[in-house]
Design a binder for this molecule. Sequence first.
Ligand SMILES: Cc1cc2nc3c(=O)[nH]c(=O)nc-3n(C[C@H](O)[C@H](O)[C@H](O)COP(=O)(O)OP(=O)(O)OC[C@H]3O[C@@H](n4cnc5c(N)ncnc54)[C@H](O)[C@@H]3O)c2cc1C
Length: 365
Amino acid sequence: MDVLVVGGGPAGRALASACALIGLKTAVVDPHPDRPWRATYGAWLDELPEGAPVAVATSRSRVWAVREHRIARGYAVLDNEGLRALPPEVRVVRGTVVARTATAVRLADGRVVKARRVVDAGGNAGGGAATRTPRAAQHAVGVVVPRGGFLVGDEALVMDWRKPPDAGMPDPSFLYVVPVSEDEVLVEETSLARRPGLPLAELRRRLRSRLAARGVAVPKDEERVRIPLDIRPRWDAFGAAGGLVHPATGYSVAAALRLAPRVARALAEGESVESVLWPGRARAVHALRMFGLEALLRMRPDEVPEFFDHFFQLPENQQRTFLGDRSDLRGTTLAMAHLFRSAPWSLRARLAFPLQRAKGVRTPG
Ligand SMILES: Cc1cc2nc3c(=O)[nH]c(=O)nc-3n(C[C@H](O)[C@H](O)[C@H](O)COP(=O)(O)OP(=O)(O)OC[C@H]3O[C@@H](n4cnc5c(N)ncnc54)[C@H](O)[C@@H]3O)c2cc1C
């Protein structure tokens, strides 16, 4: 065996497929390799690599912050069956890894599987190393409902910060609406970042109040989202386990799909996963994004929509860079500087504060 991937989520499967494609003998180990995924994965269309399995795509997007922003970027909802598909050459091992070295894993049932390289793509459901401070997390509750008037034509409503009719806590949350088929949409009440995550019961109450205001019946099935944001990246791992989650947006799937072929090549050539995922610029960009997260966590509830009003007035290339480009340090710095200059003084104080305590923030460097 050349490569053993621990974890058969979107990242692990993308990496295993990429390894098999270049002729590496590859296996994936996962406790439930056949269990269907309940998550609805979305991404900006232009961040996905060519050939990514897209279920539904829009050609533009919209944000409501303090006012409406129309964004000339398409948005995609991924096709889970396509994401799950593995080439027949990939061996699937059912099991839970309980111990791991660079070249072997031990499973809970005592079996040992060896490979030239072992890569951890086991996700970050536990939120990384145990710590006494609660994790910052993105939480959301979503349901699929008839399209109704939630979207205007061929678009995704990436964020709508207008307040829900009923909220029991002051923390801000937004509505995310994406088409999942021709006549249905996923509507998700989302708390972008909070330490600890906003209780799901509160998000459920807000979502239901929005649906009730539109006379939409609440379906029984719901999607529950919990994404740890302030995780410590691990250099020998991939996907969420390897720190690919954007600390200020919670996204990681598009980055994993884009990077999988490069990581596979590195493995084939005997190089480290770290050399592909974490060159100096990517570490610096990650540190800046962590500052962005800390700034968000410190904003007053009414400042958050105001912040996004400024963010979505940035030149589009700067928005793109901050949201998606992992290694454009200059572009990320320019976007943050531009945002700082355009913000009112009250917001500038929040944006600057994390920078003043830069030494105290844990970064991957
Ligand atoms: C409901 C939900 C919706 C999300 N929506 C989006 C989105 O729209 N866009 C986006 O970019 N991100 C989204 N995310 C965040 C993030 O991208 C996902 O968490 C994504 O699943 C991460 O992929 P991954 O393959 O790295 O990890 P995971 O999907 O967590 O996969 C890890 C796999 O490893 C297995 N595993 C864990 N431990 C072991 C072990 N010891 N031995 C063997 N196998 C193990 C698990 O069973 C699992 O199958 C969402 C997250 C959730 C929870």
